[in-house]
Design a protein around this ligand. Structure first.
Ligand SMILES: NC(=O)c1ccc[n+]([C@@H]2O[C@H](COP(=O)([O-])OP(=O)(O)OC[C@H]3O[C@@H](n4cnc5c(N)ncnc54)[C@H](O)[C@@H]3O)[C@@H](O)[C@H]2O)c1
Length: 352
């Protein structure tokens, strides 16, 4: 099989991981790295590939068939535009951008230049997440009544040494982390039509929030809640419970609960609760807990395989630029609601 020639732009925390995955994957080859920070040259030396400080030069010299854009959120649109004008397909890390204007610029430029955009909401590639979607979709839970999400953990102090992670726009757990949960919620439960949120930065006092609570309303009529904080020593985050990223300590707890009229489901242990005798229901009746079997697989590797297929024209992006823009709109609606104290429809963000 012909290997896709891939490069990574932005070789910080996640960019290095993408470079490792590309190098290990049989369907692609790592042809170069790019970063505006000259100190990142050492990373390229470690990988044994050329280093470029300019995206234009990387593309001109190495002619990649696709690039992974893993730069800070606020720079995604400008970098994507350089790639689009040179007809290079892109995998853009989430969130697609920091603002709706930037995201829409990506949508339009990609259409104009005819490039493919895959956005790195990689959790949609996780077999566990796909199984939840299947169970909700096939009615195994009955009609979905609601979903409850905990995303609580402690980020180490030195995480905030990187300036943009403390600042708006672009920083903060809503745009950096909860964008994952909000995208997954859209993928699993359908479109979100209203959010009401409160945020707090009382622990660290940075410009960005460290804790947030969100009440959600879905187009289906289902309800949802999210409680999130990156400032508490707690075991109930997606990262810690799924073990998806080996860098995190794994706790094997649950972090999401899906509630239906026929059954409920705890994720990611995939514990399905229902009445043992379906004809006798109610709080005095015995319930049973079934373990739903799912074969695990690394979602970032699956996402990369998908990106190679997208480049070859064999598949369309699982998360395209328009889709990711809707997830960004939900995250921005959370911020707007927290700022104004009012409920916000994500389709109307910025209208006030
Ligand atoms: N999918 C995930 O689970 C996941 C995890 C972490 C981060 N992310 C996303 O990945 C992106 C990067 O996050 P990070 O934590 O790795 O950031 P980081 O700050 O560690 O790294 C970003 C790198 O991009 C470089 N850079 C900035 N502007 C550039 C430009 N115009 N051209 C080339 N290089 C440029 C910086 O010098 C830096 O080295 C963000 O969008 C973030 O939200 C995704």
């Amino acid at each position: 099989m012909k290997q896709e020639r891939l490069a990574v732009i932005g070789v910080g925390l996640i960019g290095v991981r993408h470079a490792e995955l590309i190098r290990a994957h049989e369907q692609c080859a790592l042809v170069g790295l790019c970063d505006v920070d000259p100190n990142r040259r050492a990373v390229a030396e470690r990988f044994g590939v050329p280093f470029y400080a300019s995206v234009e030069e990387l593309i001109e010299r190495k002619q990649p068939s696709g690039v992974v854009i893993a730069t800070s959120n606020d720079t995604h649109a400008a970098v994507a535009e350089i790639c689009a004008r040179r007809s290079v397909d892109v995998l853009i890390e989430k969130p697609i951008a920091s603002t709706l204007e930037q995201a829409q610029r990506i949508v339009h430029t990609a259409q104009e230049c005819g490039i493919q955009v895959l956005v790195g909401h990689h959790r949609r590639h996780n077999p566990l997440v796909q199984k939840v979607r299947e169970l909700i979709g096939d009615g195994s839970l009955g009609r979905l009544i609601g979903v409850s999400i905990l995303w609580v953990l402690l980020k180490p102090d030195d995480y905030f040494d990187v300036g943009w992670r403390r600042e708006r726009p672009g920083g903060g757990p809503v745009l950096i982390n909860l964008i994952h949960e909000l995208d997954s919620l859209r993928f699993l439960c359908g479109e979100i039509t209203e959010v009401y949120a409160r945020t707090s930065s009382a622990v660290r006092g940075y410009a960005v929030e460290d804790s947030v609570s969100i009440a959600l309303h879905f187009a289906s009529g289902a309800l949802g809640t999210v409680l999130a904080s990156d400032a508490t020593p707690a075991p109930w985050s997606y990262e810690a419970t799924t073990g998806e990223n080996p860098a995190y300590f794994r706790t094997h707890e649950n972090c999401y609960t899906f509630l239906g009229t026929a059954a409920s489901l705890a994720f990611p242990r995939m514990e399905l609760w229902r009445y043992a005798d379906g004809s006798r229901q109610g709080w005095k009746e015995p319930m049973e807990r079934l373990a739903v079997a799912v074969a695990g697989a690394d979602p970032l590797t699956r996402q990369l395989t998908h990106f190679c297929r997208v480049i070859r024209g064999e598949e369309t992006p699982l998360v395209d630029a328009q889709d990711a823009t809707k997830s960004l709109a939900v995250a921005l609606a959370v911020q707007e609601s927290a700022r104004t104290g009012l409920p916000v429809n994500p389709a109307m963000v910025g209208a006030r």
